[in-house]
Design a protein. Structure first.
Length: 214
C-alpha cells in the first residue's frame, strides 16, 4: 500500500526591490482610482497620477507607459467585481419574472457605480479601445448568462435569439450612460425609463411567442 503525501511549498517572498515595485504599482492604481472618482476622467493624466501617488513621472513610465494601461487594469478589476455581484444577486433572489431579472441585473450594477464613481467615469467616459473592449465583453457575458436563465425558467420563448438579450444590454448600457451624464449619481428618472425600455423590448418577444401559439 502506497502512502500519498502532499507536500505544500510556500512560494518564495518577492525580493526587496520587487516588493517595492509591486507597492509602487499599486500606489499608482490607487491614485488613479481616486483621481477618476474625485476629479473626473479628463484630469487623470499619468503626470497627475504620479503626483497623487508621490512618484516622479519618470518612474511612472517604468510601470505604465500609457494612461490607457492604467484604465485597463482598473476596469478589469471593476468588471470582475460587477460580474461577481450580478451573479450573486441572480443566484440569491432567483427572480421568476422579466422585471425581477432586470432588477437583479440593474440594481447591483447601479449600486456599484454609485459606490465607485471611478468605475462610472471609466465605464462611460473611457476613450481607449481597451476600455471599450472590456465593457463590450462584460455586456456580452452578462447577456449570455441572462439569456440562459430566461430560457431555463421559461420566461421567454425557447427559441429567443441571444441577439435580443445582447441588444437589450447594449441599449441598457447607453441608457445608463445617459443617466450618469445627467447626474453623477445616476439620474433616477432616466434609470426608471431604462428599466421600462429594456423590459418592454424583451417582453415584446414573449407576447409574439404567445400570439404565435394561439
Amino acid at each position: 500500500m502506497f502512502e500519498n503525501k502532499l507536500t505544500v511549498q510556500t512560494p518564495p517572498r518577492p525580493a526587496g526591490p520587487q516588493r517595492r515595485g509591486i507597492a509602487r504599482r499599486q500606489a499608482l492604481l490607487d491614485a488613479a482610482e481616486a483621481l477618476f472618482g474625485e476629479q473626473g476622467y479628463e484630469t487623470a493624466t499619468l503626470k497627475a497620477i504620479g503626483e497623487r501617488a508621490g512618484i516622479p513621472v519618470t518612474s511612472v513610465y517604468h510601470y505604465f507607459s500609457h494612461r490607457h494601461q492604467v484604465e485597463a487594469e482598473l476596469l478589469r478589476h471593476h468588471a470582475h467585481e460587477l460580474d461577481t455581484r450580478v451573479g450573486a444577486t441572480l443566484a440569491g433572489k432567483r427572480p421568476h419574472t422579466l422585471s425581477g431579472v432586470a432588477d437583479a441585473v440593474i440594481d447591483p450594477m447601479l449600486a456599484y457605480f454609485r459606490g465607485h464613481p471611478s468605475c462610472a467615469e471609466l465605464w462611460f467616459k473611457g476613450s481607449s479601445e481597451t476600455v471599450g473592449e472590456h465593457v463590450r465583453a462584460f455586456d456580452e457575458a452578462q447577456a449570455e448568462r441572462v439569456w440562459q436563465l430566461l430560457v431555463a425558467r421559461a420566461l421567454v420563448p425557447a427559441d429567443l435569439p441571444l441577439l435580443v438579450v445582447q441588444l437589450a444590454f447594449e441599449a441598457g448600457n447607453r441608457l445608463f450612460e445617459a443617466a450618469f451624464r445627467r447626474s453623477p449619481e445616476g439620474d433616477d428618472v432616466t434609470l426608471h425609463e431604462a428599466r421600462r425600455i429594456v423590459i418592454a423590448y424583451v417582453e415584446s418577444y414573449v407576447t409574439e411567442g404567445r400570439a404565435g401559439r394561439s
